[in-house]
Design a protein around this ligand. Structure first.
Ligand SMILES: *Cc1c(COP(=O)(O)O)cnc(C)c1O
Length: 356
């Protein structure tokens, strides 16, 4: 028998592989990627680069992409760190600032990768239930005195926003670094990137996987005071964003009809369709939580059975169970629910049908 299992760190041995629950079906809205696909500007870069040499290394820290990010966010002097998806940026931030045994505090339920990555990095998870209306319980988050505080705004999987007052309270008083994950910023009525100017302990984390339609290329980033982003870059290591991904990310940030304007138009459409889907589901007896993202969360005790039946109708939705039940919506659904990504209306009609 192999003695390798005995050599594996405990935090790793007890961590299951991520199960994306891919099924061989026509319609998959189980993650909230861009169901319209990638912007034409991204596709053009891929065609062009495919005919050129990719045998060399990319830039060490995606240095060419950083100016595009600064321009997009209108933060000309901010530090930028990129990564192989924002998962990598979050992971590297934990390694940069969290000594093993130190705490990371976050509102719950939230992005499931965060507690998993924290365990891998030897951090202690301090989940704090959301306050009323899924706003942050800012006081309890601060009282955790955590080395790292993670705020997901808007939040996955609930789709809800948090108030500016609560976020500012946390930023002003938190003991350590505050990571604000804005994976869904392009769908949100308000964003927090300018807090990076107010505090040198705030990191704003963003991704190209959602509105920007490049999930398969794996590019994410964080902005903040240069000493913060430098530390994350050192913990991350060089060459994590490949040449193709860096070039495509630059192209979709360009203010062109095929790039950034395509992204903005399509994000607006996703928000309109999201509201249509929400009302269609409401008339069928569901109570979707009002969303500021490109997905809808439906609290329901029947999440398992509904997801299973949807698959038989060729549709995959994300089933969630064991969520924190402090919020009345989640208490009523026994901590269970379905998350549906929002895409073109013809797809969503099929999704609604599959849940009816
Ligand atoms: C999807 C998502 C991410 C990350 O994605 P990457 O593909 O790793 O960039 C990060 N945070 C939240 C809240 C998400 O929903």
């Amino acid at each position: 028998m192999s003695d390798v299992p005995a050599l594996v760190r405990r935090a790793v041995a007890s961590l299951p592989l991520y199960d994306p629950e891919r099924a061989n079906v026509l319609i998959d809205v189980s993650d909230s990627t861009n169901l319209w696909g990638m912007p034409p500007a991204g596709a053009a870069v891929l065609r062009e680069i495919a005919s050129r040499v990719v045998a060399g290394y990319p830039s060490a820290y995606a240095d060419e992409l950083a100016p595009s990010i600064r321009r997009y966010l209108a933060l000309p002097d901010t530090g930028v760190v990129t990564g192989c998806g924002s998962d990598d940026v979050i992971d590297s931030t934990m390694r940069a600032f969290g000594e093993p045994g130190e705490a990371i505090a976050f509102s719950t339920p939230t992005f499931s990768m965060v507690p998993a990555l924290a365990r891998l990095n030897g951090l202690r998870n301090v989940p704090v239930p959301f306050g009323a209306g899924f706003d942050l319980d800012a006081q309890r988050l601060v009282e955790a005195r955590a080395k790292i505080t993670y705020v997901c705004a808007p939040n996955n999987p609930t789709g809800t926003s948090v108030s500016r007052a609560a976020v500012e309270y946390v930023v002003e008083r938190a003991a350590g670094v505050v990571m604000i994950d804005e994976a869904y910023a392009e769908f949100a009525p308000a964003t927090f990137e300018r807090l990076a100017l107010k505090s040198d302990r705030v990191l704003i984390v963003r991704t190209f996987s959602k509105a920007f339609g490049l999930a398969g290329l794996r590019v994410g980033y964080a902005v903040g005071a240069p000493p913060l982003t430098d530390a994350v870059a050192r913990a991350r290591g060089p060459y994590k964003v490949n040449t193709v991904a860096e070039r495509a990310a630059m192209a979709v940030l360009d203010d062109t009809a095929d790039g950034l304007r395509w992204v903005r138009t399509q994000a607006k459409l996703a928000m309109e369709i999201r509201e249509q889907v929400a009302s269609a589901l409401a008339t069928r007896g569901y109570s979707p939580i009002p969303s500021n993202t490109n997905f809808l969360f439906l609290p329901t005790r029947d999440a398992g059975a509904l997801a299973q039946r949807a698959v038989t109708r060729g549709v995959v939705v994300k089933r969630m169970e064991g969520l924190d039940r402090t919020a009345p919506e989640l208490a009523a659904s026994d901590g269970k629910g379905l998350r549906l990504g929002v895409g073109p209306w013809d797809i969503m009609e099929r999704v609604i049908e599959a849940l009816t």
